[in-house]
Design a protein around this ligand. Structure first.
Ligand code: NI
Length: 173
């Protein structure tokens, strides 16, 4: 296992529509394992492939919480098949936008079709934090960040802050 470098916003790779995963190769399994490791290390509850520079449609997540046993998930080629009319407001963060947390409104429940890491098809309904996380991660596969739901002024302020952070990190080596 090895930790991946997480790309920080702004970066053109975070704005791309990712490609469908064709088949589940040993490389993809290794990458998914590394991404889970990277996510736990960060720590975070979700990480999408483009955040580590891989422009393919999959993400990892674990919303079990610190007190519970880990529940690592890999969702490949996820597709929303249903969303509730009811919405929820959750404070969201993103490993590509470190230290920033903002309220985002999304459907409270969502149903997704996806393949797991063994290539098995699933259709599953997510609610609460799992719904927020799965929608946030799926957005990444379409080049959308949670910032895109905020006001223009907030987005510009946060982007400026991240540019500064990247400069500082580059200087620190
Ligand atoms: Ni994110």
């Amino acid at each position: 296992m090895s930790l991946k470098k997480i790309i920080i916003h702004p970066d053109p790779r975070l704005k791309k529509i990712c490609a469908q995963v064709d088949g589940i190769s040993p490389e993809l399994r290794k990458l998914a394992t590394d991404m889970l490791e990277t996510m736990y290390d960060a720590p975070g509850i979700g990480l999408a492939a483009p955040q580590v520079g891989v422009l393919e449609r999959f993400f990892v997540m674990d919303v079990a919480g610190k007190e519970a046993a880990p529940e690592p998930r890999v969702l490949i080629n996820p597709r929303v098949t249903w969303t509730s009319e009811e919405v929820n407001v959750h404070e969201e963060g993103c490993l590509s936008i470190p230290g920033v947390y903002e309220d985002v409104t999304r459907p409270a429940k969502v149903r997704m079709q996806f393949k797991d890491i063994d290539g098995k098809d699933h259709e599953e309904e997510f609610e609460d934090i799992a719904a927020t996380c799965a929608q946030h991660e799926l957005d990444h596969l379409n080049g959308t960040l949670f910032l895109d739901y905020l006001s223009g002024i907030k987005r510009r302020m946060i982007t400026a802050k991240m540019k500064k952070l990247k400069k500082e990190r580059a200087r620190a080596g």
